[in-house]
Design a protein around this ligand. Sequence first.
Ligand code: R5P
Length: 310
Amino acid sequence: MKIFTGNAHRKLAEDIAKSLEIPLGEIQITRFPDGEISVKIMDNIRGMDVFIIQPTCFPPNENLMELLIIIDAMRRASAARITAVIPYYGYARQDRKDRPRVPITAKLIANLLVAAGTNRLLTMDLHAQQIQGFFDIPVDHLNAAPVIVKHLKDMKLENPVVVSPDPGGMKMAYSYSRMLNAELAIVAKQRKSASEVETFNVVGNVEGHTAILVDDLISTGGTLCSAAALLKRNGATRVLAAATHPVFVPEAFARLSGAPIEEYVVTDSIPLNAEGKGLHVTVLSVAELLGDAICRIHNNQSVSSLFKVE
Ligand code: R5P
């Protein structure tokens, strides 16, 4: 087994390597004068089980292209099996044709990964579980809930209620509520544009509760900002947010600094943009979880035990 990384999130790859007690393989990634990416795998990988760790976070096009080129190089270097470890699968939100003449990028990326030579995918908290079906290769889909729930449990929150900020996140919120033994509520939301959302109503009782908004990602912060204000108006005593992928586009910080959210619990699936810029952000590491999954995949062991919360 050998593990490699591109430039998307070297720190996470190093932490995974540390948890596996193996060194990261060496890749030389350079640029041609016109900006094209050039890759050379410096280690012999003939006949090996290789894992390439690369979330397709900001800048998504660069990181994706780099990943595809690395996979192509690995295939041509005769790796026996190539697993793309993509803790954050970008371009996932365009996962259906909900208006005329729009693409389904989540499927396009799946096609590109397979065409490049990917034999299996290891990923985490996809925007929609159904994206697994866009692949005709094995997909191991982890969730960060065991790591996040452990932290939330340690906080000993009073009277917690888990809130999904939109109907799409209901399944995720339900599993958090089960793990935390908390009540469940949902916010009715409508997206007006890529950065603007409108929330109408809360279904469920949040009055006098500590509300924990759970989501797959925070991007512009519009969803959380609007939902948190609504929860406060409905009597929630405290509001916290938990999300796997801290995308945090630059405009999110100004917007979220005015939101009634006490703490953002996120993971290191992608690098944290500008250290959270004044927000109270707690970053939990998923390196060990991913390392464990890599080890189990390599040894043909079940990964389902990784979904359990202690
Ligand atoms: C939406 O369906 C997702 O689960 C997130 O709620 C959304 O993408 C978050 O984006 P933003 O922070 O820009 O509202």
